[in-house]
Design a protein around this ligand. Structure first.
Ligand code: HAM
Length: 422
C-alpha cells in the first residue's frame, strides 16, 4: 500500500468542531471592526515579491515563500497583509475620503521553525487606518485592537505601547553602517541584550551607546515612567495617545519603549498585546504607525494598523477557559421504517428551511443504530417518525440529553424548536 501523504510541516487541518469555534471568535472580532467604522477588504494570497522586499525587512525576507511562476515572474505568498492593503490603496482607493478605515482576515505564510503558536501558515485579523497620524488616530487603532481581543472573549492579556522613533534615532544617529544598525534593532526586538553586547564589543561600538539603548529599551511601566525621561516629541506624543485611550475606557495599557517590532516599516507609535498564558509565543497582536504608500508609487500618507494572530488567540482562549460544548446539529430525523422515509425527507427539508440545522438518516440504518449515530454526532434532538406519527402528521421529539420524548405536530415543529433552542 502507498504510504499516507502528510500535510506540509507548520500547516494545520481544522475539523468542524474547531472551525465552529474559530468562526465564532473571528465573527466577534469582525463585528468589533464594523462597529468602529472599519470596512472589510480582501487582497490576493500571493503578490509580486517586491511588494514585501521593499520595506518589510530582512527577517521577513528570510522567511518568505517566494517562487517564480510559469511566466518567470517573482511571486511570494504573503507573509503579512499590510503591504497588500497599502498597494490596493495606492492602486485604487486613494481618492476615498480620509481617514480610510479598512480591516481584513486572511492566511499568511512564513517559513519559520514550527512550534506551538508558530506556524508556516497562520491567520491574521488586521486593520489599517489610512490618511493621518496623530494621537487620536493611533489611540483609535489601539482601542480597536483591544476591543477585538475583548470581543473574542479573552480576559488575561496586556497591552504595551511604545515609540519606535526613540530607539531608531538613538541607534541610527551613532551607527552609520545601515546593516549594523538594522542588526542592533533586530537584537533589540528579540531582547537579546547579551548578543548585542558581544556585537558592540566586536565592532568596537561605544559602550555608552549600549547603556543608553538598553536603559531606554527597559523603560516599561505606567504612563508616569515617561516623567523620568527627557521631554521629547515622542514622549509628549505618547502621553497624548494615553490620554485619548483613557477617554475610550482603555486604562490598563503600559508604556514599553523596548518595542522594536519585527517588520521594518514602522516610524512612530508601536504596540503589542501579549497573552501571558501562552509562554514563548505569547504575542497575540502587533502594530503601529508607518508610511508605505510612497514606496508603492503613491503620495506619502500616514497610516496606523495592527494584526491579531487568530491562532494564538484561539490557544489563549483554550488556556483560559474550558471550551464551550459544540452542538453541530439541532435535529436528526429518523424514519422508523422504510415506509416513512419519504415523510422524513419532507420533515428535514422543512426544518432546514426554518433555519434549524437538521440531518436525516442516509444510511438506511435501524432505529437503534440511528439513535446511536445521533448521539455520536452530538445531535441535540432526534425527530422520530413512525407509522402512527405519519398518520397524524406529527413526529416524536426526543431530547438526546435527557431521553425525554413527546409528540409534536409537524406544523408546529419549527416553533417548538425555536422555543427549545432559545
Ligand atoms: P506581526 O507582528 O508580524 O505584524 O504579526 C502580527 C501577529 O501575527 C503576531 O503578533 C502574531 O500573533 C501573529 N503571527 C506572526 N507570525 C506568526 C506565526 N508564524 N504563527 C502564528 N502566528 C503568527 C504584522 O504582520 C503587521 N502587518 C501588523 C501591522 C498591521 N502593522 C501595521 N498594520
Amino acid at each position: 500500500m502507498r504510504s499516507m501523504i502528510q500535510r506540509p510541516r507548520g500547516t494545520r487541518d481544522f475539523g468542524p468542531a474547531e472551525m465552529a469555534k474559530r468562526r465564532k471568535t473571528e465573527q466577534a472580532m469582525r463585528e468589533a471592526c464594523a462597529r468602529a467604522g472599519f470596512g472589510e477588504v480582501v487582497t490576493p494570497t500571493f503578490e509580486h515579491t517586491e511588494l514585501f522586499t521593499l520595506r518589510s525587512g530582512q527577517a521577513v525576507i528570510d522567511e518568505m515563500y517566494a517562487f517564480r511562476d510559469k511566466g518567470d515572474r517573482e511571486m511570494a505568498l504573503r507573509p503579512e497583509i499590510t503591504a497588500s492593503v497599502i498597494r490596493f490603496f495606492v492602486n485604487e482607493l486613494s481618492n476615498l475620503p480620509k481617514p480610510l478605515k479598512l480591516y481584513y482576515v486572511g492566511n499568511c505564510f512564513r517559513y519559520e521553525n514550527p512550534q506551538s503558536g508558530r506556524y508556516r501558515e497562520f491567520f491574521q485579523l488586521g486593520a489599517e487606518l489610512i490618511g493621518a497620524k496623530n494621537p487620536e488616530t493611533d489611540a483609535e487603532v489601539i482601542a480597536l485592537a483591544v476591543n477585538c481581543i475583548r470581543a473574542a472573549g479573552l480576559e488575561d492579556f496586556s497591552v504595551r505601547v511604545g515609540h519606535i522613533g526613540i530607539l531608531k534615532s538613538m541607534v541610527r544617529e551613532e551607527i552609520k553602517d545601515e546593516a549594523v544598525a538594522a542588526e542592533v534593532l533586530r537584537m533589540l526586538d528579540k531582547e537579546n541584550f547579551d548578543a548585542m553586547g558581544d556585537m558592540f564589543d566586536a565592532k568596537a561600538l561605544p559602550r555608552k551607546l549600549f547603556d543608553r539603548i538598553t536603559t531606554m529599551a527597559e523603560t516599561k511601566g505606567g504612563v508616569e515612567v515617561l516623567d523620568n525621561l527627557e521631554k521629547s516629541d515622542a514622549t509628549e506624543y505618547l502621553r497624548e495617545v494615553f490620554s485619548v485611550l483613557k477617554l475610550y475606557g482603555i486604562e490598563d495599557c503600559q508604556v514599553d519603549l523596548g518595542i522594536v517590532r519585527g517588520l521594518d516599516y514602522y516610524t512612530g507609535m508601536v504596540f503589542e498585546i501579549d497573552a501571558p498564558r501562552l509562554g514563548a509565543e505569547k504575542q497575540i497582536m502587533g502594530g503601529g504607525s508607518y508610511t508605505l504608500s510612497e514606496l508603492f508609487g503613491g503620495e506619502p500618507v500616514f497610516s496606523t494598523g495592527f494584526a491579531i494572530g487568530i491562532d494564538r488567540v484561539m490557544l489563549a482562549l483554550d488556556a483560559e477557559k474550558p471550551a464551550v460544548e459544540y452542538t453541530p446539529l439541532d435535529a436528526y430525523v429518523i424514519p422508523a421504517k422504510d415506509d416513512m422515509r419519504k415523510y422524513a425527507f419532507g420533515i428535514v427539508a422543512r426544518l432546514r428551511s426554518q433555519g434549524i440545522s437538521a440531518d436525516v438518516d442516509l444510511m438506511r440504518r435501524t432505529m437503534s443504530k440511528n439513535l446511536k449515530y445521533a448521539s455520536a454526532v452530538g445531535a441535540r434532538f432526534a425527530v422520530i417518525v413512525g407509522k402512527e406519527e405519519m398518520a397524524k402528521r406529527s413526529v416524536t421529539l426526543r431530547d438526546m440529553k435527557s431521553g425525554e420524548q413527546r409528540v409534536v405536530l409537524a406544523d408546529e415543529l419549527g416553533k417548538e424548536f425555536e422555543r427549545l433552542l432559545r
